[in-house]
Design a protein around this ligand. Structure first.
Ligand code: BGC
Length: 386
């Protein structure tokens, strides 16, 4: 090509490229559909075969806005279901239940958005002869729950405390910051119960000093708490399972704390999404020299945080296990049988039969083995794996 022509042409091409990139950057972002799933969900599948009549079973999950539930969605999809989402809205959840009932399902697998609000939807299902499987979160205050598929949530909370206790060793007077889940989620209570019962003796012996909850300080001599007492502490420390709420609360706590309440700090954070938000707030505080922080869900972003030393631990609740257990329960109900029961959980009205599964604590020391070698996520999803 003529060199005189080539130069202006190149300039034009560069301008056109910049213009198209700018347009792309300004374009409204697409709804988070397939994209986050491809980057956040494990590419694994359940081992239990789904029932022949898959259409007899419907699945409802609480929100697409947390990578945790995209993990469950991906595994259910591998088994042949496309879960409905309630998007944090109990009215939408009820509409989803009604839609499944009118489609003629015989079993509904559902993670309630709000434990108590979901009771009405469960009762509608029961009235229509549909079996209700509470998935990961328990529906409360109704007899219309037939089975509870869950991990050992008390062990989740206990593992946070165990981890923090191990890091503190024999040192005393360590600042402890407590954060909890949403008060509308029964799990927030079970996690907290496990965490409290494990760490309380270490608060009593002076290893830890609670810094961000006057309600927890007032109750710190009690090894076990009633639900009302737990609710008081959760009321003061809740993240509502929301990243921004978590970040704002952590920042407010740090603003209120004195420099001597900082230094090396110990943070009980209730899940990975909130842990990353809280960790970022603690990392940004100049008086915090080191922090240990817990989590759960093995979200990809948190696995990377653990590799990078920005989050200390997470709890792997392998979604394959949960989906397997849900399929087994559904298959049993469709055959007119009762699913396997090893335990039961009181939901305020009845004892709901359940078979809680074991959890795995993940730190930098075992992250490769627990997350990559187990086939949960591929090594190529991370940088700097130990
Ligand atoms: C689940 C957690 C999850 C949290 C927030 C809890 O009920 O057990 O895995 O992180 O809800 O969605």
């Amino acid at each position: 090509m003529n060199r005189k022509l080539f130069r202006p042409l190149m300039i034009l091409m560069v301008i056109a490229t910049i213009a198209s990139l700018t347009v792309a950057a300004c374009a409204p972002t697409a709804a988070p559909t397939a994209a986050p799933q491809a980057t956040t969900a494990p590419q694994v599948q359940p081992t239990t075969a789904p029932p022949a009549n898959k259409a007899a079973v419907g699945v409802i999950l609480p929100t697409k806005d947390e990578p945790r539930w995209l993990q469950d969605q991906a595994v259910f999809q591998k088994a042949g279901w496309d879960p409905l989402f309630s998007q944090g809205d109990s009215a939408k959840e009820k509409a989803n239940v009604e839609a499944l009932i009118s489609q003629g399902v015989k079993v509904i697998i559902i993670t309630p958005q709000d434990a108590t609000a979901a009771a009405a939807a469960a009762e509608e299902a029961k009235a229509a002869g549909v079996k209700v499987i509470s998935y990961d979160r328990l529906i409360r205050d109704t007899d219309a729950v037939d089975y509870y598929v869950t991990f050992d949530s008390k062990a989740v909370g206990s593992s946070w405390s165990q981890y923090l206790i191990e890091q503190a060793g024999s040192t005393k007077g360590n600042p402890l910051y407590i954060y909890t889940g949403a008060a509308t989620d029964n799990n927030a209570f079970i996690f907290f119960e496990g965490a409290w019962e494990t760490i309380q003796p270490k608060i009593a012996d002076g290893t830890f000093v609670i810094k961000n909850s006057s309600e927890a300080v007032a109750l710190q001599d009690k090894p076990t708490l009633t639900r009302d007492e737990q609710a008081k502490i959760i009321g003061q420390t809740t993240t509502n399972w929301d990243f921004n709420t978590a970040k704002n609360l952590a920042e407010a706590n740090l603003t209120a704390a004195k420099p001597e309440d900082k230094g090396t700090v110990y943070v009980a954070a209730p899940n990975d999404g909130t842990a990353r938000a809280i960790a970022d707030a603690f990392a940004a505080d100049k008086d915090v020299t080191k922090y240990f922080i817990t989590g759960q869900d093995a979200e990809k972003a948190s696995v990377q945080y653990i590799i990078d030393g920005k989050q200390s631990m997470t709890v792997l609740k392998d979604v394959r296990t949960l989906v397997d257990d849900a399929i087994k329960a559904a298959v049993a109900f469709l055959a007119g049988q009762t699913p396997e029961k090893t335990n039961s959980y009181n939901n305020g009205t009845i004892d709901v039969p359940a078979k809680p599964s074991a959890i795995v604590t993940v730190t930098k020391d075992n992250v490769k083995e627990a997350i990559v070698d187990s086939g949960y996520y591929p090594a190529s999803d991370f940088t700097g794996l130990p």
